[in-house]
Design a protein around this ligand. Structure first.
Ligand code: ADP
Ligand code: MG
Length: 700
């Protein structure tokens, strides 16, 4: 149970002074989700995105023109609009011994002005100071205070992300109120670490974040944010460490083969394995042979040859008389894997079956039967593999391809189809080290660093879409020389239907030129048509495949050596890299033409430049992280992975590494979290809502 100490923070925002149902509703939109409304804790971590400098100038003449100025002055004159010109603004003159400023009010509430700015009164005035026909003026001052209230004006006013219905002043007030509600919490950080880092207690740190002392505190970075970021990272790393410990403990089973089937497959391959593939397989087999559950990430850039590693691992399971599944994120990819792997599996005497949402009726029943009796050794499919009604005789190994399309939830589900199933996750997204620690901190990692020998570099060019006709000409020449071409159509405003229309239109136009050598593939085609389009391209019947981004993941046609990407400026770097990875797989030199429509913004220009400069997925991922943000690199924004509230993976990498070590050590020493620090850590887990991990602890 959540410690009651945290109750004020997990109460609805309506418990804050001045937050009624209307404001609460607006805040729900900004900070709530489908399952709950906004809570005080959400406001606590809703940190300022900037600040307004309201430090007072000593006199009017010193006050900066063109920016926010704050000064004190005496009200000397009211100038109502001339009679008959009711729409003209109401003006009030204020001055000190160095000069004067005209305060300008449109649609003025005159009675209110007479009350708040009586002639002769001294006021602190703050707002945007401008020159108008040589005179200083301020239209609608932000603040007008009695000097007696001077202390209520913060020198640096925090600026928050807003939502409709909650203005800047209200947001600042209620965020401060949320910080005020925060109780003092037991210290969960190691005292020596705190002292070394110069970190203050959590409470002081969050309050400092909402009451910035200087502009640097909101525009740059502060020790206070770093402290809270470390708290957040520690919470996530402790949670991961607990899950990992649990998974290792729930006794796995040793799966040891004799190498017989692997040998048969290796001799059927038209190539020899790379050193990286060999090493990855050694890692995987070592894991499988241990009586612990494997949880391993196989990371290899597009084209690095992960599929054959998967097959060998599945063969090892079959040698031990056990079953495996290979799960792909799309129908197309599942089919392709099955088609690719079936002949190899067959040579080794393995029975492989395909199971997707499209297998129906007797065919499906046969597969389900074969899985239940153990007659089928390897099942390749989509998430349909893990639906109810699919049972295995003895599932040893689950492999997930292109992991970034799957959520954490599926990952847990995966293991539930058998007793202590070993899990291998394969991803083509090269994940920068800082990120792999946060996202896969609970996994062991094998990396395929080099590509299979004999690959030629891809020449990448950025070409203005005005030169479309030249591109069509070049594609024609390439096709005449025997090449196959992917022609990728743009994302149109993130809309599937419009994408399809664009692809259809391009297909029609290219057919006018190249006839039936052109094929079309998009996400809205019926499954059979997709298969047929893909098959025709694989067999070389079609030479140009016009498609939407459905080919992004995994598709492998070695003879395809040209790729045209329309409106390349609309794609993210990771996506461009994934797309381009579809070519350069055979022995022919490959070309990627990035068609763009100018003028390019700076980010789009940077992306295209990086694409031209490098094929190194790691460098591309790092650059992507710099240009965009974490979620988009991993493609997780849509799939609902936890976002960081305070931590910034791009700048807090050092903290992350420290948090990981700290968490591992902590769990080693105090696996039940019942030392004094352990109990404080429980509070931390609840505070950052990583508390599912607490359920894994011994009850009580
Ligand atoms: P990815 O890692 O992107 O999934 P694939 O497994 O699809 O890559 O492999 C890409 C291509 O490289 C395939 O055509 C595959 O047959 C080939 N390949 C894999 N391993 C090797 C190797 N050791 N030597 C040569 N070609 C290989
Ligand atoms: Mg692949």
């Amino acid at each position: 149970m959540r410690p009651s100490l945290l109750d004020p923070l997990f109460a609805p925002v309506t418990t804050l002074p001045g937050v009624g149902p209307k404001t609460a509703k607006a805040l729900d939109k900004l900070l709530g989700d489908e399952t709950r409304g906004a809570r005080v804790v959400d406001l606590l971590f809703h940190l300022p995105v900037g600040g307004i400098d309201r430090r007072p100038s000593p006199t009017i003449i010193d006050a900066p023109i063109g920016g926010i100025a704050t000064f004190s002055a005496r009200v000397t004159e009211h100038r109502p609009p001339p009679p008959g010109k009711g729409k003209a603004p109401y003006r009030i003159l204020v001055e000190d011994e160095t000069g004067d400023v005209t305060l300008v009010f449109f649609h003025a509430d005159v009675r209110h002005l007479l009350q708040t700015l009586p002639i002769g009164a001294y006021r602190i005035v703050s707002g945007k100071l401008e020159l108008w026909e040589g005179m200083r003026q301020m239209v609608h001052p932000d603040r007008l205070l009695d000097p007696a209230q001077a202390a209520t004006l913060p020198t640096i006013e925090p600026v928050y992300g807003l939502t409709e219905g909650v203005g800047p002043r209200v947001m600042a007030r209620i965020a401060a109120a949320a910080a005020e509600k925060c109780p003092a919490l037991p210290e969960w950080q190691d005292p020596a670490f705190l002292a070394r880092s110069g970190f203050l207690p959590f409470l002081e740190s969050v309050q400092a974040l909402h009451h910035p002392a200087d502009l640097k505190a909101v525009e740059g970075d502060t020790i206070a944010r770093r402290r809270v970021a470390y708290d957040e990272l520690l919470a996530s790393q402790v949670a991961l460490a607990l899950v990992r410990r649990q998974q290792k403990k729930s006794a796995g089973r040793a799966t040891a083969g004799d190498g017989r089937l692997r040998h048969a497959i290796a001799s059927a391959l038209p190539f020899t394995l790379t050193d990286g593939q060999r090493q990855a397989l050694a890692d995987i087999h070592a894991d499988m042979e241990k009586p612990e559950r494997m949880l391993r990430l196989l990371q290899g850039d597009v084209g690095s040859g992960k599929t054959v590693v998967a097959l060998m691992a599945m063969a090892a399971a079959a040698e031990a008389g056990r079953q495996s599944v290979l799960m792909a994120p799309t129908e197309i990819l599942a089919r392709q894997h099955a088609e690719r792997l079936a002949p190899l599996a067959q040579k080794a005497g393995l029975k492989l079956a395909l199971l997707t949402g499209r297998e129906k009726g007797p065919g499906r029943a046969r597969v389900l039967g074969g899985l239940a009796t153990g007659e089928i050794d390897i099942a390749v499919g989509t998430h349909a593999l893990f639906q109810e009604g699919v049972a295995f005789r003895d599932l040893a190994l689950a492999i997930v391809d292109e992991q970034h399309r799957f959520g954490v939830h599926q990952r847990l589900l995966l293991g539930s189809k058998g007793e202590a199933v070993d899990i291998l996750v394969m991803t083509a997204t090269p994940i920068p080290r800082t990120l792999s620690l946060t996202w896969f901190g609970d996994m062991d990692i094998s990396i395929l660093a080099e590509k299979p020998a004999g690959r030629q570099p891809i020449v990448t060019k950025a070409i203005s879409s005005e030169r479309h006709d030249e591109v069509v000409g070049a594609v024609g020449r390439a096709v005449d020389k025997g090449a196959q071409v992917y022609w990728v159509c743009p994302l149109v405003q993130e809309s599937d239907t419009l994408d399809v229309a664009a692809a259809q239109e391009r297909y029609d136009a290219l057919r006018e030129v190249f006839g039936d050598r052109v094929g079309l593939l998009h996400g809205q085609m019926p499954g059979r048509d997709k298969d047929a389009a893909m098959a025709a391209f694989v067999e070389g019947k079609t030479r140009i495949l016009v498609s939407t981004t459905v080919i992004e993941v995994g598709v492998d046609v070695p003879n395809a050596s040209v790729m045209v990407i329309e409106h390349a400026e609309r794609f993210g770097l990771a996506q461009l890299h994934q797309l381009r990875g579809r070519i350069g797989r055979g022995s022919a030199a490959s070309t990627c033409l990035l068609l763009y429509k100018g003028p390019l913004g700076p980010v789009a220009e940077a992306r295209l430049t990086i694409m031209r400069e490098t094929e190194d997925g790691f460098r591309i991922a790092e650059e992507d992280l710099r240009l965009r943000g974490e979620g988009e690199v991993l493609g997780t924004k849509q799939s609902g992975s936890p976002d960081w509230r305070v931590a910034r993976p791009e700048t807090d990498g050092d903290l992350l590494a420290a948090a990981r070590d700290d968490a591992r050590l902590l769990i080693e020493r105090d696996p039940q979290l019942d030392s004094e620090r352990g109990r404080a850590i429980r509070t931390l887990l609840y505070l950052f809502e990583r508390d599912v991990a607490i359920r894994l602890l011994r009850a009580g």
